[in-house]
Design a protein. Structure first.
Length: 319
């Protein structure tokens, strides 16, 4: 029992330091803080525009369709179109600025890494396999490319969307909102378990990729010796073994993702069904309007989608 507890503590500590690493990532963006601020501003505008449809749908039903007010309905439709145009423009600016800043930050990182390698001692290179270092400079930086290009936007965008949607749900109907928030403890426990269990799995995938890269580099650099002594079969067998280990390590992450992400989707469906049933009864009894119920169900998608996106962001960060 004590051993199991110690193992869980070890895994939990292994997931620590993420905030420090994220600060290191944001440090790369410091030279481009002007464009970064513009990117965040466009992201904020795009998020606000994306959150507009559910409240507008509520107004369209309750203030336009139900009372038969064509003038009000026309203005609400115009507001719909305006929010779509604003979203398009802000998303275009945010996508361009994210790519611009991200590529220059990664260019700086590659230069810093290569410059750092020039300062290391000869003893360091005698202890480290060249293939492992090449893997760090290629595979890991490529993973950072995805993280910088998409992850930062996902982190801030999904967080803003989650907070904004929660506020909209509370404004639409406090009682329904509180019922929706009951899923948070289940989500928190599931996310914590996923974080602890996945730490070792993703660390192992990085190690296996580095091992394959190192063995491939060493085999190719010594290919004349391999061919001269007819060692092709032995090297093929060893490479196949490393490849199998890499596949098994990645299958562990596949199984974890297959268990976690559909579970979040299932929880989202159950919550939506519960709100539809409870809110439908309230609408039948005249306690809430149909517009409020429709807007609430529409906003629920904006509530659970960011949770999925943030979970996927953490998966990318782990990898």
């Amino acid at each position: 029992m004590s051993t199991r507890r110690d193992e869980l503590v070890r895994r939990w500590r292994q997931t620590g330091g993420r905030g420090r690493k994220l600060r290191g990532l944001l440090e790369l963006l410091r030279p481009y803080r002007g464009r970064t601020l513009l990117m965040l501003g466009s992201l904020l505008i795009a998020t606000a525009a994306a959150l507009a449809p559910p409240p507008l749908a509520k107004l369209a039903i309750d203030s336009g369709i139900t009372p038969g007010d064509l003038s009000a309905l026309t203005w609400i439709v115009i507001a719909f179109l305006a929010s779509a145009l604003i979203y398009w423009g802000a998303t275009y600016a945010q996508t361009y600025l994210t790519g611009w800043v991200g590529q220059r930050a990664l260019q700086d990182l590659r230069i810093q890494l290569f410059a750092h390698l020039q300062t290391l001692s000869v003893g360091f290179y005698s202890r480290k396999q060249a293939g492992v270092l090449i893997s760090r400079l290629t595979n890991d930086v490529q993973a950072l490319d995805q993280l910088v290009s998409d992850g930062v936007v996902t982190l801030f965008g999904s967080t803003l969307t989650l907070i904004g949607t929660a506020a909209i749900l509370i404004v639409l109907d406090l009682e329904l909102a509180l019922l929706t928030f009951l899923v948070f403890p289940v989500l928190a426990i599931g996310s914590l378990a996923f974080r602890i269990v996945s730490a070792d799995a993703y660390r192992l995938t990085r190690e296996k990729v580095a091992a394959i890269t190192a063995y491939l580099q060493e085999s190719l650099s010594g290919i004349r010796v391999v061919r001269s002594f007819a060692q092709e079969e032995r090297h093929l067998a060893r490479f196949a073994e490393l490849n199998d280990e890499n596949r098994e390590a990645n299958m562990k992450t596949v199984n974890l993702n297959a268990a976690y992400f559909p579970a979040v989707e299932l929880l989202s469906g159950l919550a939506t069904a519960g709100i539809l049933l409870y809110g439908g009864v309230q609408a039948i009894n005249g306690e809430v309007t149909v517009g409020v119920l429709v807007a609430f169900i529409a906003a629920l998608n904006n509530f659970f989608d960011p949770i999925q996106s943030l979970s996927q962001f953490y998966t990318t960060y782990q990898a």
